[in-house]
Every structure is written in structure tokens, then in C-alpha cells.
Design a binder for this molecule. Structure first.
Ligand SMILES: *Cc1c(COP(=O)(O)O)cnc(C)c1O
Length: 388
């Protein structure tokens, strides 16, 4: 069994993907081919925002957004302590101070109350200025944007949604109005790393925003600071307005994503939700803490993560499951504030007891749209055996 079976996905989508890639190779438009723009238009329409700017990966997407906002030394950026390293790395790479915030045990996402406490602490210290909150849609579930947006408004902070794992998720409010993940931030970002909910065949990422000015800035930063507004003018083609970087999504990846986006919308998103429901049904009463999706929330299930009860040896469970042919993973083993990269900095001074506890007991089970009911039942059978 595979943890995330990309080979099985390819078997299902082979014709569309092969045709799409062959078209790019035949046309030899490897950089900025028409597929890139077509993908950006489809992604923006799907998410329901005005602008989508593709780029080289999800880490660059975060960094480019922070750069567009001019975030740097003296600024504080609030990031959940339980996430992939990028989320905390990007503000630090920009010279800003990453402040880690604890998460909720039931959703694995940023705790809005802990966020407010962390902001108050930073204000009381008076050393760095609160500027940005980066909320992460961990494991596919959108963060609590209603409350996080309130906190951002109260303190005048910008909201960046790190939707690297969240693409395809959504929140429907009490009026029945649905908003998709990657539309909640002032700027939102995602990653097309192969194992993410929507993945390409290499690295890729995207930036989403309704703001025209930020969109133009991000597009320019991603292509050497070029003057992107006058691209049809031959004189302006080599006009560089600012120091940027090279962060493009190449045309082959765009072609793969165009084929995969169709399957994602038509089948895969519903399929992962069926797999998750099946896990939850079969694991009910097992003594494990199961992932919860609050009313109105919809997850794209980047991971199905359970919490082992006290006294269960996680290493032993993983070894035993591996021997039975079932791969498992631990996301994440270490709280961000305890990562060596932050040792001795303000970022290491975080009070995140929930994250510290979660790191010791989470376990991620095989999860992808092509997992069969029999395979889910097999994972559950072996896992229950390991816990006896
Ligand atoms: C994967 C991931 C990223 C980084 O994406 P890359 O495309 O690998 O650079 C950022 N944030 C989170 C939460 C992620 O899971």
C-alpha cells in the first residue's frame, strides 16, 4: 500500500496528462506557455478570487507575498507552531521576527485566543511591530477565519492564508454562502508539491488575491522585478522596476495541473471525503482522537491524522504497521519553536503546550482519492491490532 498513491492516480489520468505534456513539448513553449495563463484563470475562477499568479513553489509564494507587503526587520509575523517549516521560515528569511502561536487540539489549526495573547505580549515588549498573521489550513481543513479575521481587524494586521495543504477546502457560513480555501487571506498561497491535495510533477505554487496592486507586485517580483503592465510594448519588455527573483511555474507543470484540476473537481475531492468518512466510521470507539470537521467546514484531506491515547508507543505502532505493509507518517514530530534554526532567537520563546503534546501523539494514515474501501478497512484492522 502507498501512503499517497501518485502512480495509481497517473493510471487513471494517463491519457489527459500525456496529451497535455505532449502538446507543450511539441510547441516547445516551456516557459510562460499559454497553459500557464489558462491554469491561472481556472484556478482564480475555482477559488473565487480576482487574481492568481503561479510561481515556482509554495515557499516562494509565501515569500513573494511578504515581499509585496514590504515585510522585513522590525516586523512581527504570527505563525502556528504546528506546521511545515516554510510557514515560519519565510518571515525569518525576510528579516522579520516569526512569533509562534499554539494550535487547537481538535482542528490542528491556529488557536485565535492564543493568537490574541501572543499579539498582546509582543505589543507589551515593544521590540517588534505586529504586521502579519499567517494562518495555515493544516491537513486540508480551513483555519477558523471568522475569529482570526476579527483578531486581524482589531489589531490592524494583514492576513496571509497558507493554503499549501488546504486547496479544495471551504467554509459555508450560516447564510449558506460558501467560500473556498485560498480566498480567505488578504493574500493566500498554495503549493503544488506532488503530495499536496492538488499536486504537479515537480515543484509549483500559486498566489491568490483580490487586490490589483498586490497582484501586479507579486507578478513582477516573481519575474525579476519586471514591468509586467507593459509587456506588449517591446521597449518595456526588459524594463526592471525592482529587485525580484526567478520564480515561475513552467509550462509542463501547468499542463499537468490543467489535467489534474479537472479530475480534482469532478472526482478526487469527493473521493477523499468518502475515504475520510469511512476511516472515521470504522475508527469510532477505538480510543483514538479522530480529526473533526466542524459544521460548515469542508476539508480537502491532505492528511488523515489521528491522536494516539496515553501509553501507546507510536514508534512500535509504526513499525508493526510497516511490517504489515501499511505506511504511516508523523506530521509533525517537532514544534516549530523548538527547531534548531530558531534556537536563541525571540521565536524560540513560545508557549505552545498543545503543539508540544500533539507532536508526541499524532499519526497520519494513508490518504488519497484512489484508496479503496478494502484498503481503508485493512489499515483500520491493523491499527486496532497494534493498539491492543
Ligand atoms: C508544503 C508546504 C509549504 C511549502 O510548499 P513547497 O511547495 O514545498 O515550497 C508551505 N506551507 C505548508 C503548510 C506546507 O505544507
Amino acid at each position: 500500500m502507498q501512503f499517497r498513491d501518485l502512480k495509481r492516480q497517473y493510471e487513471h489520468l494517463k491519457t489527459q496528462i500525456d496529451d497535455g505534456m505532449a502538446e507543450v513539448i511539441t510547441s516547445a513553449s516551456f516557459i510562460s506557455g499559454p497553459q500557464v495563463r489558462a491554469l491561472e484563470e481556472q484556478l482564480a475562477a475555482y477559488v473565487g478570487v480576482k487574481h492568481c499568479i503561479t510561481c515556482a513553489n509554495g515557499t516562494d509564494a509565501i515569500s513573494i507575498a511578504l515581499e509585496a507587503w514590504g515585510i522585513g526587520p522590525g516586523d512581527a509575523v504570527f505563525v502556528p507552531d504546528f506546521t511545515f517549516f516554510s510557514t515560519g521560515e519565510c518571515p525569518a528569511a525576510a528579516g522579520a521576527t516569526t512569533i509562534f502561536v499554539d494550535v487547537r487540539r481538535d482542528t490542528y489549526n491556529m488557536d485565535p485566543a492564543a493568537l490574541e495573547t501572543a499579539i498582546e505580549e509582543v505589543l507589551a515588549e515593544g521590540k517588534v511591530r505586529p504586521k502579519v498573521v499567517i494562518a495555515v489550513d493544516l491537513f486540508g481543513l480551513p483555519a477558523d477565519y471568522e475569529r482570526i479575521c476579527d483578531v486581524c481587524k482589531k489589531y490592524g494586521l494583514l492576513l496571509l492564508e497558507d493554503g499549501a495543504q488546504g486547496f479544495g477546502g471551504s467554509i459555508t457560513n450560516h447564510l449558506g454562502h460558501e467560500r473556498k480555501a485560498c480566498s480567505f487571506g488578504d493574500i493566500s498561497t498554495t503549493s503544488f508539491f506532488p503530495a499536496k491535495p492538488l499536486g504537479c510533477y515537480g515543484d509549483g505554487g500559486a498566489i491568490f488575491t483580490d487586490n490589483d496592486e498586490w497582484a501586479t507586485l507579486c507578478r513582477s517580483i516573481a519575474v525579476h522585478g519586471k514591468d509586467m503592465e507593459h509587456q506588449d510594448d517591446p521597449m518595456a519588455k526588459y524594463n526592471n522596476l525592482r529587485i525580484g527573483r526567478n520564480s515561475r511555474l513552467d509550462t509542463l507543470q501547468a499542463a499537468v495541473l490543467l489535467a489534474k484540476l479537472r479530475a480534482f473537481q469532478d472526482e478526487e475531492l469527493a473521493a477523499v471525503n468518502r475515504v475520510a468518512e469511512h476511516y472515521t466510521e470504522l475508527l469510532d470507539g477505538s480510543g483514538l482522537m479522530l480529526p473533526e470537521v466542524a459544521p460548515g467546514y469542508y476539508s480537502s484531506w491532505a492528511q488523515y491524522t489521528v491522536q494516539l491515547p496515553d501509553g501507546v508507543d507510536r514508534d512500535a505502532v509504526q513499525t508493526q504497521m510497516k511490517q504489515a505493509g501499511i505506511p504511516t507518517m508523523v506530521y509533525y514530530v517537532k514544534p516549530m519553536h523548538l527547531q534548531g534554526a530558531f534556537a536563541g532567537t525571540r521565536s524560540a520563546q513560545a508557549h505552545c503546550p498543545v503543539t508540544e503534546d500533539l507532536c508526541g501523539r499524532v499519526l497520519c494514515l494513508p490518504m488519497h482519492p484512489y484508496l479503496t474501501e478494502e484498503e481503508v478497512a485493512e489499515v483500520v484492522r491493523v491499527l486496532k491490532e497494534c493498539m491492543d
